[in-house]
Design a protein around this ligand. Sequence first.
Ligand code: AMP
Length: 281
Amino acid sequence: MQVESSPAQVTQFSRAARQSGRSIGVVPTMGALHAGHLSLIECARRDCDTVMTTIFVNPTQFGPQEDFAKYPRTLDADLELCRAAGSDLVFTPKTESMYAADARTTVRVAGLTDVLEGASRPGHFDGVTTIVAKLLNVTEPDRAYFGRKDYQQQLVIRRMVRDLDFAVEVITCPTIREPDGLALSSRNRYLSAAERETALQISRTLRDAVESAKSGVNPPQVAAAMRNRLLAVPGLELDYCEVADGDSLSPADTAAENAVALIAARVGTTRLIDNEILTFR
Ligand code: AMP
């Protein structure tokens, strides 16, 4: 496995792979890797001849009050995990080589980024789309892999890829959970044992929403039940809890068939997000 911090070297690696007829997959991450990230690498490994993982804690997607400085950085362990999962190259760029001091270009997907995570974290998605556009340009993959855990993110990236004619297929992989349901997240390591127990209410509420939808409860009723339940959990501060159309992210109405339930909440100082696809009868 090659570890490379130079964008030009990574592009060269990708072009050499393509010239020898190999298909290329890329898995963008911010490191602090866990089984969720590894499932994306494994998915890419199955589909593609050459797999690149990128590890970059992207400053432009963090707000001024967010956890950029204290975001976990575990590069040595990450590289071992990438190697074991079958990555051929890991791209670990320096901030200076991704952002010129006089950079003036931002990629912005309008509309979809105004709601949910976008409403709570102004500018977050502009940082995400700009860095993902840059990483796709550097790595020139056939396929790029993202987790459904960040539902809105993969939707925004799909829209960017379509609108800007990136020649890449976006693949969304299922959310990997702990046996008790907690969605894996690099931020879970901040949770105390008691906070972790509180955080479990998020995935439990989502699981019950899946069942309610199946049993004929309509989307606004499911959303209201989820909200009422979470608002009553001590130690959990609800940011949003919505049942939204799976494509537009507008609130799902009573006629919706395919929708997604999305939750963001703070437990202690840790902000967690999770979601489940709902199928209504
Ligand atoms: P991050 O390092 O948090 O930026 O995440 C990198 C990629 O891993 C994103 O596409 C995430 O959606 C994905 N990811 C994070 N957690 C999980 C999980 N529990 N299951 C599946 N994918 C995940």
